[in-house]
Design a protein around this ligand. Structure first.
Ligand SMILES: NC(=O)c1ccc[n+]([C@@H]2O[C@H](COP(=O)([O-])OP(=O)(O)OC[C@H]3O[C@@H](n4cnc5c(N)ncnc54)[C@H](O)[C@@H]3O)[C@@H](O)[C@H]2O)c1
Length: 269
């Protein structure tokens, strides 16, 4: 059911690869709530994924952009405003990638070229996106920028590998840039810390199946799905959350405040 929460709002959605992607579900939900947007992803993802179907379904255009490349980002931001007919109200950064994770390199044996690339794609790209939006003055006042993160930024999850460090950096960027965006442009910046979710990026983490089940049993409300994340993101893009900023917001069924659950204890007693 639509509440028209995003009627008249314009934005950019990064990171829809296939129908499991959190960004895909978010794009569908934003469309349902009346928002208009440009979809973007890395040029290589255009070939691998099915983003064209999403574009048709949501009546949106696709502009390929490597989120680590400033020229690509400048073109994306200026063309998006042309296509959508004005400044932007929302931006979703739903991007993550670690070559160490993908290639099964242990945290204690990182290949630093790969670490560097993962940091650029997963965290620094968020700074780059915001720096371009800021300098092009591309956001409307009371706009909203959201990036997705994971609790390994605060707690140890060994198999999350160097992505834990990337997420810590990402969350810090949200606060630091969020200050300047808030003070000078009245734009809010937040991260959503999402439950483990079966997507291409999620399933790439070693031991994902066991881990998602563990998180499910630890969380009083169970794991938040990609759809739950889309719903939450829409609230952060809407005018109902205008003074929520510089926050890392957990969308995880309660997992982050648990010590142990009865369901998990049962397995050990
Ligand atoms: N799946 C989970 O368990 C989980 C949990 C918490 C947070 N997250 C985060 O959610 C976000 C979305 O991931 P997802 O789970 O939907 O997986 P996904 O694989 O569907 O999405 C990741 C996206 O990043 C894009 N990407 C990679 N390199 C890029 C680049 N250079 N430029 C532009 N885009 C690039 C990919 O093409 C892909 O669309 C990520 O930040 C991820 O870390 C995921």
């Amino acid at each position: 059911m639509s509440h028209n929460l995003l009627k008249g709002k314009r934005g950019i959605i990064f990171g829809a690869l296939d129908e499991n992607s959190i960004a895909w579900k978010t794009a569908e939900k934003v469309h349902e709530e009346g928002g208009k947007f440009v979809l973007t992803n890395a040029p290589i993802a255009m070939r691998m994924g099915t983003i064209k179907q999403l574009a048709e379904k949501t009546n949106s255009e696709i502009i390929p952009a490597d989120a680590t490349n400033l020229e690509d980002l400048k073109t994306l931001v200026s063309k998006s405003q042309e296509i959508l007919g004005g400044k932007l109200d929302f931006v979703l950064h739903s991007i993550g990638m670690s070559i160490n994770v993908r290639k099964g390199k242990h945290y204690t044996e990182q290949k630093y070229d790969w670490t560097h690339k993962g940091l650029d794609v997963s965290a620094m790209s968020f700074h780059k996106v915001m720096q371009v939006l800021y300098h092009e003055d591309a956001m409307n006042e009371w706009g909203s920028i959201v990036a997705l993160t994971y609790m390994a930024a605060q707690r140890v999850f060994p198999d999350y590998n160097d992505m834990a460090d990337n997420k810590a950096f990402l969350e810090s960027i949200a606060r630091s840039f969020g200050y300047h965006f808030g003070k000078n442009k009245k734009v809010r910046v937040n991260t959503i810390s999402q439950s483990p979710t079966p997507t291409t990026a999620g399933k790439g983490v070693k031991g994902f199946d066991g881990f998602i089940e563990y998180a499910e049993k630890m969380s009083p409300l169970g794991n938040a799905t990609a759809q739950d994340c889309a719903d939450y993101t829409v609230t952060l893009f809407s005018d109902l959350t205008r003074r929520v900023t510089l926050q890392n917001l957990f969308n995880d069924g309660g997992f982050s405040n648990m010590g142990v659950s009865e369901d998990v204890m049962e397995k050990f007693s």
